[in-house]
Unconditional design. Structure first.
Ligand code: AMP
Ligand code: GLY
Length: 427
């Protein structure tokens, strides 16, 4: 079959790498892709947010199956448009994508389902939001209702900071229309983990555990990013917690979405806060995590394509996935300055040498091929992945690969995996 992957980051490189290896895949397209993806797929210069262009391309090429990577086209209705055109698609409808597209919708859905989550209030009026903050006290969390490229969440230590966050979102429109409504949330304490399930409308098939590092600085300090690294397995996700999450979080969510007439089809990503008093949902996303996807694809032993098709066909109940026992780690290399402002165009050398090391695969995110020279175009630029018999071994291999990459314009965190390693050392 001919397959189209939509997107062009490290997550989509990992998806293309897996899908291209499937014996079922005759021809793989990626829109828009990147120079790394070009080694696995035919890249076509259509933006991931050009809904008309993507539907036209899929029809013209008689593509059999489309896998949508990022959330924005899903929220814009790409999956609906493709299905209307008769093209099988992995990814939720615009209505179901509201679970990521609107935090207020998501929180109400969780309340309706009885799923544990932080206490909250939703506000369209800034004075009402501030009164609620004063009543609740600090620390407290202020979030834009709409999508804000991962930046619309402000953790506030004081009431004054929280009031200022409301002003920046609602009055100054720092995040545009995303801040027309805000959600004010109880501040949760615990350890975060990312949990992924494939959903076919009614059944959810859990994937293996993973954990990412969101903060830019070593020791998990400093501003939040999209993710500076990840590893799998995540020892915090014990079998007991996985079972708790399926029973108290995932299955009730999937059922409520069916009851609401907006069944979910695709990968559902639950951002969890795990604490002694139980596990709560921080957020839902309608896509694979980036960079979590990179470690999941490295550990997947089964062919991914039949699983994605089974999700699209409503047949996941007959499905099982097999995984490699080895651990996987991804270390993200980002442009100096990220997540603040950064320069584009610096040259990157040594990616091939790193790729040649045993068990290493370098996925591209923000790269460009300028007449044979690889340059950086994004904040997060490379996802260096490695396998190993344990998280520590995978970490050693990942940092050895990073040594081979010569890119003065970029940096990485040197402590990816520390929580898993510390847990192991203590045990
Ligand atoms: P979100 O996009 O809602 O997951 O928020 C991004 C990050 O902010 C999360 O990964 C957490 O690190 C943090 N965060 C969000 N909500 C809360 C909360 N209620 N309590 C504590 N931290 C939070
Ligand atoms: N790495 C977290 C995310 O993709 O949102």
């Amino acid at each position: 079959m001919d397959v189209l992957v939509v997107g062009g980051g490290g997550r989509e490189h990992a998806l293309c790498w897996s899908i291209a290896a499937s014996p079922l895949c005759d021809h793989l397209y990626c829109a828009p892709g990147n120079p790394g993806i070009a080694q696995e797929a035919e890249c076509v210069p259509i933006s991931a947010e050009d809904i008309d262009g993507l539907v036209r391309f899929a029809k013209d090429k008689a593509v059999d199956f489309v896998v949508v990577g990022p959330e924005v086209p899903l929220v814009m209705g790409l999956a609906d448009r493709l299905r209307e055109a008769g093209i099988k698609t992995f990814g939720p409808s615009a209505a179901a994508s509201q679970i990521e597209g609107s935090k207020a919708y998501m929180k109400d859905l969780l309340m309706k389902s009885g799923v544990p989550t932080a206490a909250y209030g939703r506000f369209k009026d800034s004075n009402a939001a501030k009164t609620y903050i004063t009543e609740q006290g600090a620390p407290i969390v202020v979030k834009t209702d709409g999508l804000a490229a991962g930046k619309g969440v402000i953790l506030c230590d004081t009431i004054e900071e929280a009031h200022a966050a409301v002003d920046s979102m609602m009055t100054d429109k720092a995040f545009g229309d995303a801040g027309n409504e805000v959600v004010i949330e109880e501040f949760l304490v615990g350890e975060e983990a990312s949990f992924f399930v494939l959903v076919d409308g009614t059944h959810a098939l859990p994937l293996i555990s993973a954990q990412d590092h969101k903060a830019v600085g070593e020791g998990d300090i400093g501003p939040n990013t999209g993710g500076m690294g990840a590893y799998s397995p995540a020892p915090v996700m014990t079998d007991a917690i996985t079972e708790e999450v399926m029973n108290t979080i995932i299955n009730p969510t999937v059922k409520t979405m069916v009851d609401m007439g907006t069944p979910y089809v695709g990968v559902l990503f639950a951002g969890l806060m795990i604490s002694k008093s139980g596990t709560k949902v921080l957020e839902y996303n309608v896509r694979f995590g980036d960079p979590e996807c990179q470690v999941l694809m490295r550990r997947l032993k089964s062919d991914i394509l039949p699983a994605l098709i089974a999700a699209a066909d409503g047949q996941l109940d007959r499905f099982n996935l097999r995984w490699h026992d080895d651990a996987a780690m991804v270390v993200v290399m980002a442009a100096n300055g990220y997540p603040g402002s950064y320069k584009k165009g610096s040259e990157i050398k040594g990616v091939e040498t790193a790729n040649d090391q045993a068990g290493v695969v370098v996925f591209h995110a923000g790269t460009k091929d300028e007449n044979g020279t690889l340059t950086a175009t994004g904040g997060r630029v490379l996802s260096v992945t490695a396998m190993g018999g344990s998280v520590i071994a995978a970490q050693t291999n990942a940092y050895k690969a990073i040594e081979a990459i010569d890119w003065p314009g970029g940096f990485c965190r040197r402590d990816i995996g520390w929580r898993a390693i510390e847990r192991k050392t203590k045990a």
